[in-house]
Structures are given as C-alpha cells and as structure tokens.
Design a protein around this ligand. Structure first.
Ligand SMILES: [Zn+2]
Length: 611
C-alpha cells in the first residue's frame, strides 16, 4: 500500500478536494497530475468524484474521506453534482482561475506554510456565475486564464504564478457586494433558505436563465451571456435575477416591454413586421437550442407570451412544437385563412368597429380569434342574389319583397360594392327560424296553403306573413315534405286574417275625421300629435306603413269643445275676415293650444254665438 507523505497539509473550510490535491502536490514540489499518478490514482478521478480516487487521496493525505467530500463534486452523466446542486460544464471554471486577493492575503498571513501553499482555493470560486467575494465585499480577480487542459483546476501553480504581489491586488480590488444573482446562488449552494421562482429549476438552469434574461435586458442581441465579463456580467446577473426571481408575472411583463421596444426600433429602422424569433432574439434562439427539459418552465412562459402577443395558429410552431389552437389573428393571417385581399379584410374589420384608431403598424395589430373568425365567416361566406334565391328556394319576386322589407339583408364584402352578396349564415338562419314550429304535411288543403296563396287571399304582402311566423304569432305552421326551403312553408289563411284584423285598432283615420269635421286631414294629424284628439299608431299590414287611427268618441268631444274660424263663419254666413276682426275687437282670441296647427280654432265656450 501507500506510505504516508512526510509533507502534509490540513484541508481548509470550503476547499474542494481537487484544489486540496493541487496544494498537497505543490507542498511536495510537484504538479498535481504527475503527483496523483505517482500515488496510484488520477487527478481526473478526484475531479470526477470517483470514490476510489478520493479514498486513495484520503489515505495519502491523512485527511478523512468525509472532509474531502464536503466540497467535492461528482460527475453525473454530463452534469456535475456539487453540495446537492446540479451544475453543468458551463457552471464551472476550469481554464480560468479567479480569487479574492483579501482572502489570499489572509491565508498567507495566518499560516506557517510557504505562501504558495498557504493560499487555497474556495469552492465558490469554481462557479462561473460568482465573481464577488461575499466575505470581503470585493470583486474577484483573475489570476490565471486560458490554462491548457493539462493544467486546468491545478490551483497552486496557477495561484502562485499570478500572485507575486498580493498587496497590490488588494489595493486595486473593486469593492462591491455580490450581485443579487450571486447572492442567490451562494445561498443555494450553502443550503440557506431562499424563496425564488428559480428554486424550481436545477442550479445550472437557474443561473443560465437569469443571465440570459439579464443579458437580453441590457445588451439585447449584441452579445451572449458567455461573452460577458466583469462589470457587464455583474450587471446582467443583477438585472436578470430581478426579472426572473418573481416568476411568470414579472417575466411576462418584461417580455411585453421587450416586444414593444423591439417593434419600435424595427419600425424606426423601416423593417417589416416580425414573428417571435426576431422579437425575442437570443432569448428565443437559446431556449430553442437548449432542448433540455430543465428549461421547460421558462419555455412555457415564453410560449404563453407568444400565444397571447402574436397571431400564432395551426401551421406555426413554437420552440419546434406545432401550435394547435389560435388566440389572435393579424390582418395577414385573416387574409390567408379567408383568401381575401388586405383591403377587404381591413374594410370588414373597420366596418364592424374592430379596427379603430391605431398606433404603430397596422400589420402588428391583433384581433381576438373567435370574434374575428365568426365575423369573417359571416361576411365572407356569401352568395350571389341568384344563388341566395336558390338556396332558400323562393321566386325572384318573393326574394325582392323579403329584401325590400329588410327580412333578408344584402351585404357587399368585395371591393366592387355593386355586387349583390348574401350571407350563407344569415340565409340558413332565416330558413331555420321559419321552420322552428313547422309541422310536416303531405298535401295542401284549405287550411294549409303556401305563402303566396295566403298573401293573395288576405291581400297582404308575403313579408307580413313571414314576420308572423318569425315572431311565432301563428297558432299553426306547416311544411310540405316534398318541397324544399321557404316554398315548403304552409299556413292557415284564416289564422293570418285573424291576426291582420287584430293588427288594426278600432277608430277612423285622419282623412275620415277631416271629412266629418270639415277640417283638412293634415290639420287633424297635427291636432292628434298634440294629444288634443286621442289617436293610436299601428303598422298597416298591407303597406307596411305607419298609420294612426283616432277614437270616434274623442272626435265628438273635440268637436264639442273647439270650432274653426272657417266653420264658424260658414255657419253664421259671415265673411271670415270680418268675423275675425269682430272677435278680436271683443277680446276673443284663438285657443292657445291650437296655435300653429294650420287652422284657427276657438274654444266654443269663448265664442258667445259658438253654439
Ligand atoms: Zn475574500
């Protein structure tokens, strides 16, 4: 077996076994790799956490296996396990050595050993994301860089070569507290409790996610997280941690700001509208390349943002995963889906009030997918007049009547506004509503006739009967089994005439009242408008026009109360102008409430000879 070494060292707090091995070798005037070989194990074995190598190092050094393992790392597949945290190759410094000069000065001052072996490396300094000494509040300094593979992690020679003058390095050290990312990672490594959204990610994914967001926030696409050094890397960690620490809501809010800024700068540069990849830049491309499931929670948040801020739908993919549903359309996606020109789409959206005043690029506007698809289906799926007649099965005359009475409306969706187009959705809905109560009948009878016959017998328009059906006022509606569409509808003409009779209120029209009272009908209407004669308005089922009937009782009451100057003069066989002058001379004036109706009325009670 091995004989214990004459020159030995204690392992120090936070000292990883690989750095300890390096110091032990230096103490025996050797480099670490040949020293390990001489002792019957390999440097790489210790670096990988191979238990045989660690056991041998323990035996050689006299340090317990437990002390060696306290800060030992172990390779697990292509990851590294360190103090219960999962790291990856990017997490660990190998060809670069960084250290705190104040810590090293203290090592030398407090040890009897030669300074080259008194200085020891701390496990924190192995971490790529940590560049600040928590204990002394100063930035770490680089004491060796770009080491060849055969010298990587061999701490003592690297430290000795770079540390001729520790005092000078201490003087020029930059004072700063650890960045918030560094603080979080150090706490996590030291098993201090922390509450961060990053806790849900493995250590390596947490540090890289924070650095990725921080780099994007500060430098956009101009650099990568791995090319940042010193103060830039520090700032990226600080800002990146703030963005991701709170989790989805903070990250989504950052992404919204990022999208707005990116769009503004693209517009300013005259660039066209863009999809997620150019807008999120390296954030998107890195997360696409890193197909490690550890980043799924980050990708999920970005996917959510993309779905709610871009017109993504079937045919697109996000991070290589096909999109199966759609939340938003753009003018372009609507054009593609409905095979229409942009002018048509813009006109429809504008007409329906979905496209009002807008800031920025029209092409970047988003429209709620279910709403716009319903609208576009309705507007775009249309047929010509002849096709519409055929679809609902009516003659040209009936179609014309239904159109004129606005039961079926015409729409123009093409830029050529002269073309008659009819919405399939609306036509089908019209027929469906007609058939709601329809009972199947095999043949016609006196009580089951087609709309044309019913309208002829009642001397009313087809529209009137159709409205009765749509308003579900008829007690019975039938449909012929052997006929299609509107032509199959059957009604009882008696039901129609009963409804028509009920449509007209009892009374007389202004014309008849005028003849009776010897007053011009327009004057009668104005009198009725002022409520001086009670009237009721209704829609004439024949003409579809609004009409008014007057109560005959109220006409009598009015006649007993008022008399026109004209009728009074006629009854008294007097000249109109003389009578007016005479009444005025007696202080008798026309009834105030009738002034302006187009004739002169007096209250009979005011006129001594009025009766
Ligand atoms: Zn320090």
């Amino acid at each position: 077996m091995f004989s214990p070494l004459a020159l030995r060292l204690p392992i120090m707090p936070d000292e990883p076994p690989v750095y300890f091995l390096s110091r032990l070798a230096a103490r025996n005037f050797m480099k670490a790799r040949p020293f390990a070989m001489d002792m019957g194990f390999t440097f790489n074995g210790v670096e990988r956490g191979d238990q045989t190598a660690i056991d041998t190092l323990a035996a050689v050094s006299g340090v317990s296996v437990a002390d060696l393992n306290a800060c030992g790392s172990r390779t697990v597949g292509d990851r590294i396990m360190l103090k219960g945290q999962l790291l990856d190759l990017n997490s660990v410094r190998r060809a670069r050595v960084q250290a705190c000069p104040e810590c090293l000065r203290h090592d030398v001052a407090s040890s009897d050993l030669p300074s080259s072996v008194a200085m020891y490396g701390r496990v924190q300094w192995m971490l790529n994301s940590v560049e600040t000494c928590e204990k002394h509040g100063i930035a770490l300094v680089t004491i060796a860089d770009k080491l060849p593979e055969c010298e990587c992690q061999d701490w003592s020679p690297a430290a000795a070569s770079g540390l001729d003058d520790i005092s000078a390095l201490v003087k020029t050290a930059v004072a700063r507290r650890p960045s918030r990312l560094e603080g979080y990672l150090l706490d996590r490594l030291n098993e201090k409790p922390a509450e961060s959204w990053l806790d849900g990610l493995p250590f390596y994914a947490a540090e890289q996610t924070a650095r990725l967001f921080g780099t994007m926030a500060l430098f956009r696409d101009s650099t990568t997280p791995f090319s940042l050094y010193d103060s830039n890397k520090y700032s990226a960690g600080e800002i990146g941690f703030d963005i991701v620490n709170g989790g989805p809501s903070d990250i989504l809010s950052f992404l919204t700001d990022l999208k707005r800024d990116q769009l503004q700068s693209r517009h300013a540069a005259g660039k066209k509208t863009a999809g997620p990849a150019p807008i999120y830049g390296r954030l998107y491309s890195r997360l696409t390349l890193m197909d490690d499931p550890a980043y799924n929670p980050v990708r999920d948040i970005l996917t959510e943002h993309i779905m709610s801020h871009f017109p993504m739908g079937p045919g697109d993919d996000i991070f290589g995963t096909p999109v199966t549903s759609r939340r938003f359309h753009s003018i372009l996606t609507l054009q593609k889906k409905y095979d229409k020109g942009d002018r048509t789409v813009i006109k429809i959206l504008t007409d329906e009030g979905l496209l009002k005043e807008h800031a920025g690029n029209l092409r970047d506007m988003l429209f709620d997918a279910p709403t716009t698809e319903r609208l576009m289906d309705h507007m775009v799926k249309s047929v010509s007049l002849a096709e519409a007649q055929k679809r609902i099965n009516v003659t040209a005359n009936v179609m014309n009547t239904l159109r004129k009475d606005k039961i079926i409306s015409r729409q123009c969706t093409e830029s050529d506004a002269t073309r008659d187009r009819y919405s399939i959705v609306e036509l089908d809905d019209f027929v469906r509503r007609l058939f709601v109560d329809a009972q199947p009948v095999d043949s016609d009878s006196a009580n089951a006739v087609c709309l044309m016959d019913a309208s002829a017998r009642n001397r009313c328009t087809i529209s009137v009967i159709v409205k009765f059906i749509l308003d579900r006022k008829l007690p019975w509606v039938g449909s012929r089994n052997d006929v299609r569409g509107v032509a199959s509808i059957r009604v009882n003409p008696g039901d129609v005439s009963q409804l028509l009779a009920r449509q007209v209120p009892i009374g007389v029209h202004a014309f008849e009242a005028g003849t009776y009272l010897k007053i011009a009908p327009p004057v009668i209407r104005r009198i009725a408008d002022r409520g001086l004669i009670k009237g009721t308005c209704y829609v004439d089922p024949l003409s579809g026009r609004k009409k008014m009937v007057l109560s005959t009782d109220d006409i009598e009451r009015f006649n007993a109360e008022y008399v026109t100057l004209f009728n009074l003069a006629r009854a008294m066989r007097r000249q109109l102008s003389q009578l007016r002058a005479e009444l005025t001379a007696q202080g008798i004036l026309p009834a105030k409430e009738t002034i302006g109706v187009g004739a002169t009325f007096y209250r009979r009670s005011d006129v001594p000879f009025g009766n």
